[in-house]
Design a protein around this ligand. Structure first.
Ligand code: ADP
Ligand code: MG
Length: 363
């Protein structure tokens, strides 16, 4: 096991249910065993670490003799069941697998927002078979997302960065109709700059998507959403740590240079935009933040957002694998209102899609 974040996230729900006298059976998946049981993917190995984060004893229940083992549990007991993906039907939301899980319990509590974009037996099917509830972590996540994009206080700003436009087209299209300020950074900003006629040199740029970028800019215009593209940028000839760099206006990028970060003047202006906003939703770094000094813009804007959140003037919600890493790198993840570790589910939510695991709970 590399990280116990996901284990710790379940503690409030599991401890509360146990304290209230429930027998708590924890259903979880691990890895991609594709229906084939193997020791490598067995949840037996999480029992000890789970006991450590819970501070309580945890039983392990295998899929052989599970009903008999569960029958010996007493109110307040906590048991981890074996990997749900040891059943091939789990990911197919197979009715027989749903029945198998449902037979073990009386109530279903879903605390895994990060798996809610999948309609699997343990994430969706069960909600139709047993009385279903959101766990505390799921509840907190849905609350935060509702505050950020469902019913946010305006003005709302979105930061969308990262490498490519192509992975975030649906996000951009959804956001232009919802937010007042769309801040585009990262590699994807280059495609938008190219669409506006800027020569981006050797920068990462999806030239085949400049037409799509123009459509998004037009849609933003029509919706009254202000799009913020960088007007100064940090460029280098080589992509490595601490190469010679130049800070230039976007119109001054040389043919052999790459844009690797948003420039300081643009970052300062973006900070002023955030000062006038009440809500911020952030996915994607502004630059190639893993490599110094191209973390500068991301760190600076993250610190501004964190300070505004601390002052109480901004609700800030962020998510995405690299975004979480970038906010941790900036040392401000704890100062944001909410940081989602949900990856795929967070992005689908930013696309405005209904997540099957959440929809099944609210029906
Ligand atoms: P997330 O995981 O938060 O959704 P993405 O995966 O979309 O974020 O994007 C993160 C990646 O984008 C990082 O690896 C970062 O280095 C890269 N990136 C950001 N800006 C640039 C840039 N100007 N040129 C190349 N890569 C960039
Ligand atoms: Mg990523």
């Amino acid at each position: 096991m590399t990280d116990d974040t996901r284990l710790r996230a379940t503690v409030p729900t599991v401890a509360e249910l146990s304290d209230k006298g429930a027998i708590v059976l924890v259903l979880a998946h691990f890895g991609r065993p594709k229906g084939v049981p193997s020791p490598e993917f067995s949840l037996a190995q999480v029992v000890k670490p789970y006991e450590a984060v819970l501070g309580r004893p945890v039983r392990y229940v295998d899929w052989e003799g599970d009903a008999a083992a569960v029958a010996t549990l007493r109110p307040g007991d906590i048991a981890v069941l074996e990997n749900t993906r040891f059943f091939g039907g789990e990911e197919k939301n197979d009715a027989a697998v749903v029945d198998r899980f449902a037979a073990l319990g009386d109530l279903y509590v879903n605390d895994a927002f990060s798996a809610a974009h999948r309609a699997h037996a343990s994430t969706e099917g069960l909600a139709h078979r047993l009385p279903a509830f959101a766990g505390r972590a799921m509840e907190a996540e849905l609350d935060a997302l509702e505050k950020a994009l469902g019913r946010p206080e305006h003005p709302v700003a979105a930061v969308v960065g990262g490498a490519k436009v192509s992975t975030k087209l649906a996000v951009l299209k959804h956001l232009v109709g919802r937010v007042d300020h769309l801040i585009i950074g990262g590699g994807m900003a280059n495609t938008f700059l190219a669409a506006r006629g800027v020569d981006v040199g050797k920068s990462l740029c999806e030239h085949d998507l400049t037409g799509t970028a123009e459509e998004i800019l037009d849609a933003a215009d029509a919706a009254g959403c202000t799009v913020h593209l960088p007007y100064d940028v940090v460029v280098a000839r080589e992509f490595r740590a601490n190469p010679p760099v130049r800070t230039v206006n976007v119109h001054e990028v040389a043919a052999d240079e790459m844009i690797l970060d948003v420039g300081p003047a643009a970052v300062e202006a973006l900070g002023d935009v955030l000062k006038n906003c009440r809500t911020l939703v952030w996915n994607g770094p502004l630059g190639a933040f893993e490599t110094a000094p191209f973390d500068t813009a991301t760190v600076a804007l993250a610190k501004t957002a964190a300070a505004l959140t601390k002052d109480g003037s901004l609700v800030s919600v962020a998510g995405g694998g690299d975004t979480v890493a970038a906010l941790n790198h900036a040392g401000v993840a704890d100062d944001f209102t909410f940081v989602s570790t949900a990856g795929g589910a967070f992005l689908e939510w930013m696309e405005g899609r209904e997540l099957p695991g959440v929809a099944a709970l609210t029906q």
